[in-house]
Write a protein that binds this ligand. Structure first.
Ligand code: SAH
Ligand code: SF4
Length: 348
C-alpha cells in the first residue's frame, strides 16, 4: 500500500471503505462521491482544492490520506502515434502503460504487476521475474494520470489490462481498480464493455472474474497442443488447454460479447496450417474472436516472427471458418513498446 509516513493514498480505499471511514468520523456518506469526483473527474492532487467539501472535513482527510500521482520517469512517442509511459513507483520500481491512438479515441494498455511470475518463454516481462503486485491505487493511477496527461483532446475510452503482469494473480486489487474505473458516480466512469482483462489462464480465477465484473475477457492461448503450450507457458502444466477452454465455455459471457483469444505467432513453433485448423476445432464450443499477434522480437530472444505470407495464410484459415481474426502488430516498435521492453531497458 502507498503510504507517506502514516498516511494512506486515498485511492487504496474502496468507495464503501471511504464511506465507512466518513461514518466513523460522523461525516455524511454522500461526501464520498463528492471527494472521489474531485480525485477522478477534476484530477485534484490535494484536499485543499475541494471547495464544496467543508474545511473541517478537508482537514481531517489530509490528516489521514494523501492523493498519489505516479512519477513519469520517461514518456516516449512512437512514429505510429502510440505513447509509452514508464512510471516510477514510490518504492523505486518501474511499470509501463501504453497509450494507443485509434481513429477517434484512445486505448490505454495498463499493467497489473511489477514483473510477472508466469515465466512465459517469449515474454520479456517474465525475464526479470516477479517483483510485486501493483496496489489498487497504482492500477487506477495509470488511468487517471494518463487521462490527465492527454488533456481530453481525444477521448480515452478503452482500457486493456495487457501490460506487465498477470491480472488474475493480483485478483482483489485488479477487481477493486475495475470497480472504481467503471464507477459512473466518481468520474472516470469507463464502460465495462470497453475494458478487457487479459490472462494467461489462471483457470480457478476465471469464474470469479465473471462473477465479480462484467469486463471483457481475453485469453492468451498461444498454442493449440499441450506439448507446445507447456513449453511456452508453464501455467499450462497446471491448467492444460482442455481445462482452460472448458472454463471459457462456462464463462458467464454478457449477451452479444465474445471472448478474445490472443495467439502470438512464433516461426516454426505454432504457426502451421495444422495449428490454424486445430484452433478452429478447439474454439468451436466458445463464442470467440481471435487476435493474431506476430511475435515482437527483442535482443537475445529465442523466437522469430513468421513471414508475412505465413501470418496471412493462418488468418485466412480462421476467416474461412467464420472467425473474426485480426492481426495485431505490437504498437510503437521504434520505442520498444512491446510488453515490458521500456522497463527492461531500464533494469536489465
Ligand atoms: N499476463 C497477461 C497479460 C499481459 S501479456 C497475459 O498473458 O495475457 C499481454 C499479451 O502480450 C499476451 O497475449 C502475450 O502473449 C503477449 N506478448 C508477450 N510478449 C510478447 C512479444 N514479445 N511479442 C508479442 N506478444 C507478446
Ligand atoms: Fe506474464 Fe503474460 Fe508475460 Fe506470460 S505473457 S509472462 S503471463 S505478462
Amino acid at each position: 500500500m502507498n503510504t507517506i509516513s502514516s498516511k494512506t493514498d486515498i485511492k487504496e480505499l474502496t468507495k464503501d471503505e471511504l464511506i465507512l471511514w466518513l461514518k466513523y468520523k460522523d461525516i455524511k456518506s454522500y461526501r464520498a462521491n463528492q471527494i472521489l469526483k474531485w480525485i477522478y473527474l477534476r484530477q485534484a492532487d490535494t484536499f485543499d482544492v475541494m471547495t464544496d467539501v467543508k474545511k473541517e472535513i478537508r482537514k481531517q482527510l489530509s490528516q489521514h490520506f494523501y492523493i498519489h500521482r505516479l512519477e513519469k520517469a520517461r514518456v516516449e512517442t512512437s512514429q505510429d502515434g502510440s505513447k509509452k509511459y514508464l512510471f516510477k513507483l514510490s518504492d523505486g520500481k518501474y511499470v509501463e502503460s501504453v497509450l494507443i491512438p485509434e481513429k477517434d479515441y484512445y486505448t490505454l494498455c495498463i499493467s497489473s504487476q511489477v514483473g510477472c511470475a508466469q515465466g512465459c518463454l517469449f515474454c520479456l516481462t517474465a525475464k526479470g521475474g516477479f517483483i510485486r503486485n501493483l496496489t489498487k491505487g497504482e492500477i487506477i493511477a495509470q488511468v487517471r494520470d494518463v487521462a490527465y496527461d492527454i488533456g481530453g483532446s481525444k477521448r480515452l475510452t478503452n482500457i486493456v489490462m495487457m501490460g506487465m503482469g498477470e491480472p488474475l494473480a493480483n485478483f482483489s486489487n485488479v477487481v477493486g481498480a475495475i470497480n472504481i474505473i467503471t464507477d459512473k458516480d466518481v468520474g472516470l466512469g469507463f464502460s465495462s464493455r470497453r475494458m478487457t482483462v487479459s490472462t494467461s489462464g489462471l483457470v480457478p480465477k476465471l469464474s470469479d472474474l465473471g462473477r465479480e465484473t462484467t469486463v471483457n475477457l481475453a485469453i492468451s492461448l498461444n498454442a493449440t497442443e499441450d506439448k507446445t503450450r507447456d513449453m511456452l507457458m508453464p501455467i499450462n502444466r497446471k491448467y492444460p488447454i482442455e481445462s482452460l477452454l472448458n472454463a471459457c465455455a462456462q464463462y458467464p459471457l454478457m449477451p452479444r460479447r465474445k471472448i478474445t483469444f490472443e495467439y502470438i505467432l512464433l516461426k516454426g513453433i505454432n504457426d502451421s496450417e495444422e495449428d490454424a485448423k486445430r484452433l478452429v476445432r478447439l474454439l468451436k464450443p466458445i463464442r470467440a474472436k481471435i487476435n493474431l499477434i506476430p511475435f515482437n522480437t527483442y535482443e537475445n530472444s529465442k523466437f522469430e516472427c513468421p513471414e508475412e505470407s505465413v501470418i496471412l495464410h493462418f488468418k485466412d484459415i480462421l476467416n474461412k471458418n467464420n472467425y473474426t481474426a485480426i492481426i495485431r502488430h505490437s504498437k510503437g516498435q521504434d520505442i520498444s513498446a512491446a510488453c515490458g521492453q521500456l522497463r527492461a531497458n531500464m533494469i536489465l
